[in-house]
Design a protein around this ligand. Structure first.
Ligand code: AMP
Length: 249
């Protein structure tokens, strides 16, 4: 049984990004890039399923520029068997990614696709859901536990005020939440081994997908800077400031 794991190359979560001065976007020139953290969790889950003998092949997929190859090599160092880069310089949105993944799913015929619940750069939380709709497959988003059995997968999800458990027939889509697992570290020998693994590159045209952007960014601005606080001498002054200056009571 095959599992596809889409992995996105994003600005590393430790990097503090800044808006460009012309407001046209976020400045990521020279920023450290990494695999989207939720995708590391997705890949870890796929690896655990493979190690338990329930999965035979894990394929990592990335859509984007040539440098996404680095993310795919990391995915293969973690344990993915092979990788596919859908290479494009276009700024691809979740719908385009979902269409590309659908085309690859039609080709590869996996039983499971595990995505991150969201990419930490665009925070869209849309790709998995759109892909499930395009494929007509059942979906379980925000998974915190995954149990794979013959022909079905049982997924526990964290919802407001408790846990929800869903049973899905395969093929199915899962998106990962933070508490699903703790991803392993990449070891040097595995980085070396990953260099020899198969990495295929295709372009969106070959898959018959138009990746033209449908959204237009009007403006990106930094959040307002917090102003310095003041120390008040007594409670009466505090209450007076809250009432008359902040007008919150
Ligand atoms: P989003 O809907 O953009 O928040 O992304 C949700 C998930 O879709 C990510 O965690 C990835 O698993 C997948 N994904 C989104 N964009 C890409 C991309 N360009 N390449 C590979 N996977 C992607």
């Amino acid at each position: 049984m095959k599992v596809l794991v889409p992995v996105k190359r994003v600005v590393d979560y430790n990097v503090k990004v800044r808006a460009k001065s012309d407001g046209s976007g976020v400045d990521i020139a020279n920023a450290k890039m990494s695999m989207n953290p939720f995708d590391e969790i997705a890949l870890e889950e796929a690896m655990r399923l493979k190690e338990s003998g329930k999965v035979t092949e894990v394929i990592a997929i990335s859509c984007g520029i040539t440098q996404c190859q680095e993310t795919l090599r990391t995915a293969m160092a973690i344990g993915a068997d092979r990788a596919i880069l859908v290479e494009t310089t276009a700024d691809i949105e979740p719908l385009a990614v979902a269409k590309l993944l659908k085309a690859l799913a039609d080709k590869e015929q996996p039983q499971l696709i595990i995505l991150g619940k969201q990419a930490i750069d665009d925070d869209c939380n849309q790709t998995g859901q759109m892909l499930a709709a395009l494929l007509g497959w059942p979906q379980a988003t925000f998974a915190s536990k995954v149990v794979l059995d013959d022909g079905k997968v049982t997924v526990t999800r964290e919802v407001d005020g408790g846990l929800e458990t869903l049973a899905l027939t395969l093929p199915a889509i899962i998106t990962t939440d933070l508490r699903l697992n703790e991803p392993r570290y990449v070891t040097l020998p595995n980085i070396m081994k990953a260099k020899k693994k198969q990495l295929d590159t295709i372009n969106p045209g070959t898959l018959g997908v138009d990746v033209t952007a449908r959204l237009k960014t009007l403006k990106v601005v930094e959040p307002l800077k917090r102003t310095a606080g003041v120390i008040v001498p007594d409670i009466a002054t505090l209450v007076s400031k809250l009432r008359n200056e902040a007008k919150v009571i």
